[in-house]
Write a protein of this length. Structure first.
Length: 349
């Protein structure tokens, strides 16, 4: 179904939140489609967590309105909003077993004992915790506690799931495993999900769309692919991955399209190929740009090798996947860099 035809589940209408003279969120307007996984991404102080707290009902807008399924919820307290919430700290009840943690929200909704047992057994199996149902939270690993928190948020079948830095407390390997688990759960349950994170990889992996915030405002909203490949501003280009901003580079930048006024040329590091200076140029040279530079640094990062290459006034970052038989360049080596002119993007300064 076309995204434009999917009903809007959540809508922010010119929402502002101030704390005294400080505006944490400034005139934010946003629509979240039913069943969508939307991530709010930004650095510390960008307003992303405040935006989520407004949606959760822990804060009230100073101006504007928030609608869920077409009805205003700005004055509705958090406990009366039909939503599941997962916090970075998990917020499990430490004195209750896994099973009792999952039964609690159903008890609060008046679900009968037999139905509670059925639902808990079903979701324990879904998150692979059936064998751990009688353990206390302190007896679980971080990843297991995270799965319990997700299961508790989902067990009452809420129409909306809110995730506040859900994987921030996990190490890298567990974080990657849980990204897959969250993605799978979202696909299975189809719940409209709003996630807040500062982790760019997490946002790119999980999201249908990403909202990038800066200083309380929305800088850009788009799909992960569009945001990464076509960032609207220098801030988005630098925040979402690495970017070579070609500002007064010291060489003429060739591109497939004219450069709009007030913009800067940009190219992603993985779009640049690095060769020995005497190697035959790639085919279709009329579609490519070639420059000569000097390697200043080489960084080995497991599956990737990163070079910093001085070209004119610019220090370009080049990123390539490590492969057997690949030539390795060292500091002071002269190299030739090539890229497609069509890979040059233009961003607002």
């Amino acid at each position: 179904m076309e995204k434009s035809l999917v009903p809007t589940q959540i809508e922010f209408r010119s929402v502002t939140k101030t704390y005294g003279p400080v505006a944490a969120v400034k005139d934010v307007s946003l629509k979240v489609h039913r069943g969508e996984f939307l991530t709010i991404l930004g650095p510390s102080g960008s307003g992303k967590t405040t935006t989520l707290m407004l949606l959760a009902g822990f804060e009230a807008p100073t101006k504007g309105d928030i609608l869920v399924a077409g009805k205003s919820v700005s004055a509705v307290p958090s406990y009366r909003r039909d939503q599941g919430i997962v916090f970075q700290s998990y917020a499990l009840f430490p004195h209750l077993t896994v099973r009792r943690n999952l039964e609690f929200p159903l008890e609060m909704r008046g679900v009968r004992a037999a139905e509670r047992t059925t639902r808990v057994d079903r979701i324990l199996e879904r998150v692979h915790l059936s064998d751990l149902c009688d353990r206390m939270p302190s007896q679980l690993s971080g990843g297991q506690q995270q799965r319990v928190a997700l299961a508790r948020a989902l067990i009452a079948d809420p129409p909306i799931l809110l995730l506040d830095e859900p994987l921030g407390a996990l190490d890298r390997n567990l974080r990657e495993q849980m990204q897959g688990e969250i993605k799978s759960l979202h696909k299975d349950f189809g719940i409209t999900t709003v996630c807040v994170t500062h982790d760019q990889e997490e946002a790119l992996t999980l999201s249908d769309r990403i909202v990038v915030m800066r200083e309380g405002r929305i800088e850009q909203t788009d799909t992960p692919e569009a945001l990464y490949d076509r960032p609207a501003s220098r801030f988005v280009a630098n925040f979402l991955g690495e970017a070579n901003i070609l500002e007064n580079p010291g060489f003429h930048v060739e591109s497939a399209a004219p450069q709009p006024l007030g913009t800067l040329a940009m190219i992603r590091p993985e779009r640049i190929c690095v060769f020995p200076i005497n190697k035959t140029k790639l085919a279709a040279t009329d579609q490519r740009q070639s420059v000569i530079g000097t390697v200043e640094d080489m960084i080995y990062a497991g599956p990737l090798r990163k070079y910093r290459v001085r070209v004119g006034n610019s220090l370009l970052m080049v990123r390539e996947h490590v492969a057997s038989g690949q030539e390795i360049f060292r500091p002071s080596d002269e190299v030739r860099l090539e890229w497609l002119r069509s890979d040059i993007r233009f961003v607002a300064a």
